[in-house]
Each structure stands twice: as structure tokens, then as C-alpha cells.
Design a protein around this ligand. Structure first.
Ligand code: SF4
Ligand code: SF4
Length: 438
């Protein structure tokens, strides 16, 4: 095994050809935008606007609800209609600020006007927090918290997750091609916060055009390296990425900082640049609208709060009635039963497929083939762990390392018995993690 990969993993059909050559288009949303107060891990944001208030694009409409939280900004100018329950990607009805778009796109004052060279470490982290930046690879952890580990001198690697290993997603790929300077400058700002750190841009080797481009752009930075990784799912999973880049292992009891690492996604790093250098808070998100059921797959820059159904329309609607619609990628995304849900800071894709492998095939008996164990990147025995989860045997689930699952879905993907292994393990993990929190 080489330096730049991990044990296990799978090679699913990647479907990226559908949208990888489509440049990012700026999307103009419709009349109403919905901003869930909780778009991140941690305390929900607190609304600071009232019904009938006029707000500008880039104006804060909800403040952070604590240190582990993130403020929310209006992504269009318009009038606040109130706070209402609205459905979100998870299927839950949650409190959302509703904003009526006046289609003038008038902008608020920048959130930072200080020059980078005059800013201290605390100033930079303060601006990142104020900008409402969170992990945009899916987890949604507030970035200013990641940038404030207990011992900043112990951080040796600032890794940018440029793997984009989930099939069909091309938003990070387009960002790397279209905004490489902002990506590298954003990383250099992050690296400057840790005196013993170097930066790594970790890119799967199915994106060699990106590797070449950012290697050229990064030449002037002696403390930034571009590292091609073997193309394999789930290469972008945080633990697998850290291992591939540094050979350091972390488990469910550790944070990346415990292994001397900070990991951020491409869009998060570009958002750091935009906040610190351009004074722009996080208001937009790149969303790939794709899948074999879509007429014209595209990559859009979408104001947060936009309703998914508008994106579908802008991509030409359905070519064929889809069997499955997913927010995110096919391996780790969430199945949607309605498109009347808003894009959040953590959204990455709207995937519409003409086949649904999960409901098309029935589960049968395990044939003890061992394939699930061979591909599990956490080196678990997923067949056993899932059985313990289904039997609600907490002791054995924990003993067999259920908490170490990274919920990548590789085991379910290869299982010839079509057992819903990852689904069972994920449900039990959720219960066990909630118990631990209490
Ligand atoms: S057990 Fe978890 S980590 Fe292992 S393959 Fe299945 S989903 Fe992935
Ligand atoms: S892959 Fe499926 S059939 Fe094979 S051992 Fe695992 S659970 Fe059993």
C-alpha cells in the first residue's frame, strides 16, 4: 500500500462525466427563501430580525447561539416574512427564517475591512466565526472552532479535502478549476495560524487536471504541497484522508487535532479567503444537479435558502421520472421525498436516479462471503456489527467497534445478499452517540 491511500474501500461507477465539464452558473432564486436556524453542528443560531424588516444580501439575520454555532446571513435582499416551520433535507420540520426576495440583490457592508497583513491570529479566527463558515463537506462543524484547537503548536498538517470521492459530485472539482488562487490563498491563511504546520491539498488522481493546475499555482508557497491520492471511495472520509496523507490513525474518541491535523473541504477554504480578504460572509453554496433522470446536469452557485425544486427546473427538469432523489451523493446522501426543502450551507448536490438499487432488490441471507469486511475502511466486520445493531445488542455492537464505523456505505454496496448493513449500523450508532452525549 502506498503513502497516499488506505486499506479497504470500493470503486463505484463515478458518474462525474455528466456534470464535470459544466462551468459553475450563478443561480437566481425565486420569491421565497428559507433559512433553517440549525445548518451546522452545535447550538442553533438565534434570529435577530423581525417580520417586515428589510435586509440586504450579506446582512446577518441570525447570530451564533454559542461558541460551537454559526451565524446565518441573508443571501438576497428583501423583506423578512417571519419565522415558520419548514421541511428540511432530513425530513424534519424546523424553524426557518423566511425571506421574500426583492430581486434587487443589494449588498450589505463587508464584514471585514482590515488588511490581511494587519490581522492577528485571533482577528482571522474571529472573522471566520463571524462569517458563519462551517465544514461544507457534509459534517457542518463550525470552522472557527476547528481553527482553535487546545494546542495550536501541535498542529502539523492543514489538509484540504480535495478528494470529492462521492460519485456524481463535481462541485469541488469545478471550484478547484475555476478558483484555484482563492483556494491556495485560503489555505495559506489557515496555515499561517499554526506555526508548525504545512498545508496539503489532497486530490484524487482521477482529477489530474486539478493536480497540475494547483501544483503550478502553489509553486510560490514553500509550505504547501499538492498530494495526489489513489482514486477510491471513501478517500475523502476524514479518518481515511488523514491516514492517506500522514499515516496517522484516529478513532471515534479522537479529533483530527489529536493527530496534529486540521481538515477542511475545498469550499470551506475558499470561504475563508472570501471572508478574510473580501469581507464576504458565507451566503452561497455550489450545488451539482445531476443524475441520469436529469435533462441537463449542471453546477450552480446557489444562494443559501433557495428551494431545491427551483434548481431542478433550471437543470431542465426530469428526462425520465426518477426512482430515487437524493440530497448529496449516492453513498452518503439523504433520500428526499419532496423537493420543497431549502439549500443549506452543507448542501452539495441534488441527484436524481432512474434506478433505486435499495428498493429493487430484496435482502436475503448472509452467505458469509466476507466481502463487507474486505472493503470496510474501518476494518470492522460489518455483517456481525449490523446483526448486533438489528438485535439491539448494545454490548456486542460496541465490542465489535460499531462506533468506529464512518457510515460510508461500502459494505452495503458490495453485499451480494443486499443486506442494509450501513443503514442498520448507522441507526444504532446514532442511538449510542446520543446516549454518550447525555
Ligand atoms: S461498517 Fe461502516 S465504515 Fe465499514 S464499510 Fe460499512 S459503513 Fe463503511
Ligand atoms: S457481504 Fe453480505 S453476504 Fe457477504 S459476509 Fe457480508 S453481510 Fe454476509
Amino acid at each position: 500500500m502506498g503513502r497516499n491511500t488506505f486499506k479497504g474501500g470500493i470503486h463505484p461507477y463515478d458518474g462525474k462525466d455528466l456534470s464535470k465539464d459544466k462551468p459553475i452558473e450563478s443561480f437566481k432564486p425565486g420569491k421565497l427563501l428559507y433559512y433553517p436556524l440549525s445548518q451546522h453542528i452545535g447550538a442553533p443560531a438565534k434570529a435577530i430580525v423581525n417580520k417586515d424588516d428589510r435586509v440586504l444580501r450579506g446582512q446577518m439575520i441570525a447570530e451564533a447561539g454559542g461558541f460551537v454555532s454559526a451565524p446565518i446571513y441573508a443571501s438576497v435582499s428583501g423583506v423578512i416574512k417571519g419565522i415558520e416551520k419548514h421541511r428540511v433535507v432530513s425530513g424534519d420540520m424546523v424553524d426557518c427564517i423566511v425571506l421574500e426576495n426583492d430581486e434587487k440583490y443589494e449588498e450589505a457592508e463587508p464584514i471585514n475591512t482590515a488588511k490581511l497583513e494587519d490581522m492577528s491570529r485571533d482577528d482571522i479566527i474571529g472573522v471566520v466565526g463571524k462569517a458563519g463558515i462551517i465544514g461544507m463537506g457534509g459534517a457542518g462543524f463550525p470552522t472557527h472552532v476547528k481553527l482553535s484547537p487546545k494546542d495550536s503548536d501541535a498542529i502539523e498538517y492543514v489538509i484540504v479535502n480535495c478528494a470529492e470521492c462521492e460519485p456524481y459530485l463535481t462541485s469541488d472539482y469545478r471550484k478547484m478549476l475555476e478558483e484555484p488562487d482563492k483556494l491556495i490563498k485560503g489555505l495559506s491563511i489557515e496555515v499561517s495560524l499554526f506555526k508548525n504546520a504545512k498545508g496539503i491539498l489532497a486530490v484524487e488522481d482521477n482529477k489530474m487536471d486539478c493536480v497540475e493546475l494547483i501544483t503550478e499555482k502553489a509553486k510560490e508557497y514553500s509550505n504547501i504541497e499538492v498530494l495526489p491520492l489513489k482514486t477510491k471511495y471513501p478517500q475523502g472520509s476524514e479518518r481515511q484522508l488523514i491516514y492517506a496523507c500522514t499515516k496517522r490513525k484516529i478513532n471515534s474518541k479522537m479529533l483530527p487535532a489529536d493527530a496534529g491535523c486540521v481538515v477542511n473541504n475545498v469550499d470551506t477554504v475558499i470561504s475563508i479567503y472570501k471572508a478574510v480578504v473580501e469581507g464576504k460572509p458565507l451566503m452561497d453554496r455550489i450545488v451539482t444537479v445531476t443524475g441520469d433522470a436529469i435533462n441537463n446536469p449542471k453546477n450552480f452557485e446557489v444562494p443559501v435558502g433557495t428551494i431545491y425544486s427551483e434548481l431542478l427546473e433550471a437543470a431542465g427538469g426530469f428526462k425520465t421520472e426518477p426512482k430515487k432523489v437524493i440530497s448529496g451523493g449516492p453513498m452518503m446522501g439523504m433520500a428526499l421525498f419532496t423537493l420543497d426543502v431549502p439549500v443549506t450551507k452543507a448542501s452539495s448536490a441534488l441527484l436524481c436516479m432512474t434506478k433505486d438499487d435499495v428498493s429493487e432488490f430484496k435482502q436475503t441471507q448472509c452467505i458469509n462471503c466476507g466481502r463487507c469486511a474486505q472493503v470496510c475502511p474501518s476494518r470492522l466486520l460489518p455483517g456481525f456489527v449490523a446483526d448486533y445493531a438489528d438485535a439491539y445488542d448494545e454490548e456486542m455492537f460496541l465490542k465489535y467497534g460499531g462506533l468506529e464505523c464512518v457510515e460510508c456505505g461500502s459494505c452495503s454496496y458490495v453485499c451480494p445478499a443486499r443486506k442494509h448493513l450501513a443503514q442498520s449500523i448507522k441507526s444504532m450508532r446514532k442511538i449510542q452517540l446520543a446516549k454518550k452525549k447525555k
